[in-house]
Ligand binder design. Sequence first.
Ligand code: PEP
Ligand code: MG
Length: 755
Amino acid sequence: MRGALGGPRLLLRRIREAMAEPVHAQVRLDKIVVHIASNMVAEVCSVYVLRDDGRLELFATEGLNREAVHLTTMRSGEGLVGLIAETAESLALSDAQAHPAFSYKPETGEEIYHSFLGVPILRGGNTLGVLVVQNKARRTYSEEEVEALQTTAMLLAEMIASGELQSIVRPGNDIALRRAIALKGSAIADGVGLGHVVLHEPRVIIKQLISDDPAKEQARLDVAIEAVRHTIDALIDRGDQAGPGEHLEVLETFRMFAHDRGWLRRLREAVMSGLTAEAAVERVQNDARAKLQRRTDPYLRERLHDLDDLANRLLHALTGESFVVANEDMPDNAILVARTMGPAALLDYDRKKLRGLILEDGGPSSHVAIVARALGIPMVGDVANIVDLVEPNDAIIVDGTSGEVQLRPQPDVEAAYGEKARLRARRQEQYHKLREVPSMTRDGVAIELHMNAGLLVDLPHVAETNAASIGLFRTELQFMIAPQFPRMQEQLALYKTVMDAVPDRPVTFRTLDIGGDKILPYMAAFEEDNPALGWRAIRIGLDRPGLLRSQLRAMLRAGAGRDLRIMFPMVATCAEFDAAKVIVERELTHLRRHAYELPRDLKLGIMVEVPSVLWQLEEMLERVDFISVGSNDLVQYLYAADRDNRRVSDRFDPLSPPVLRALKSITDKAAVTGTPVTLCGEIGGRPLEAMALIGIGYRGLSMSAASIGPVKAMLLALDASEIAAHVGALIDAKTGAASIREELRAFAEAKGVPL
Ligand code: PEP
Ligand code: MG
């Protein structure tokens, strides 16, 4: 390095010494800039730190007027320093004043300096500040000098992140790192959680940044890279990737990076400049992040995540630290933060300590969302960049009802959410008190409230809510979180456990409803242009009868000597039900032949969720013992609007004449034959919608455990004949209205029906 006194390693050592000294933060920073200036033979070295108002403040300088420290500020994007902060890219200029972005700050006295080298101070892809050296003479900074300054900037990033500089900020000028941030994602699982950040697959905290023995660090790095390559190869060879983060494609990308010469060279160079192997990984990753984060191409940004994961694996290999936080190390109010998470991983945590979950990926139909809802953990998904924004143990609030996340909240924000959480808890308590109250409208119409379930963690809720039965047991959920296809014996054990858990109430098992958005991780993915209209549910069951047969056998055996209800999803024709029934009868014959005890009573039914069924309901009702309306699918097919596509999923209101007329035609026809009807889609669990459903004749609704209290509170105050007259008039009026939501809301308000 040209003219450097002792090169970058000596500089790093000096800085390390300065960092270890027990001195005031300002003194330390002042010493560091002196070391940098002298080592790099520069007349000026300055540190600018990003404040939470978005301005960059001069925090220390050697060479410029010292009076300007803590006074000179600039906007991000203003001047050369602002440009570096904005682009997160280094800038080396031999004639700084000729650069179009140059802006002159007279109080600093910098007009006499011609050459300029500035680098961003980066951490986790975020810019925390800018480090600058300047020379009077017009000179060109070498590549090595740029790299040395970038490495030095990393040490400053640690110092800023440590919070030490907090002691020298002026009141009201907080540094950006600690600022409160309000973020918005998708509301996935209801509830409000206040707590502290726990990173799932935590970042390794690097304790030692600088090393005196590059050869030793290089050897450590080589061993770790080899180990990571091996695990990736093994995962690819085994082909049984566990979670969403470990798809084959992702692993192949990992493998590509792990053998990438440029990446490996940059790691080596960083080690040679005096960093420990861990710090070298972080340093190279910081650069990659800064570069990739500015790309708008989603494919490239996705690769950044892969590279992040790879770097994290490498750090874990270097330190031997575990990938999961041990339960005893978790705070009592943990809010998990992760980029993605598999459903099984969430179940591994101690439920009692979890207050919330926030993911960068993970929409409402992700598998982990299903588990979060079953566990009653508030969850927000689609929060961009959250993993980079948080520090472990940061205070954080997750509002799974609104999709809001408050990171490092101000006291008033925290108080407001605390109040919201308390209100919610109080309301839950009131609902709990309703548990023993008979579920009946004011005018004495009994409404059965059943519970939807799908996981073992759901089962205790039946007793807690006093649900009439498990009205829908979605068997696919267990299949979705299992690492491989559950065998018949495993299924049998599961269904038995479910029935044993609610010995006094019926359980309606639904056969596998996979396909569409419900993908089993271990089943070969098949591409369909229109998965919601594709090969799914009963269609797969009838085309692959082996699957359906083993599931039916497990259900029939689990139901030995008891009442058993089995329901088939996505039935579109009577012939499909007939064919499924034939398989059930064959299984019964098989069990009889092998002297197994049979169910005491067996009822077979279908989900009414394909519109074709509405116009052959009479024929269908002759065949089935019961029906359950799957309004989630039925509404998506009636409006031709994908329930998982956020652009259209809220476009049409189910509380509209066409949907309510269709739903009413079902209860009307079933009343003629006396066939039991329930509705088990999401609308059954929303008080306003449930009120309308009671108005059109529904007397059984199946919903998530959390909805039972609010729906019961609503119906206890409702007059069934009044709502029937009201909804009847609204849907008979030929107004062409797309929604009658407001009219129904007004009715509820006028009648004092709580929603
Ligand atoms: C429905 O479609 O309404 C339903 C209950 O089934 P799922 O949501 O599992 O498709
Ligand atoms: Mg459905």
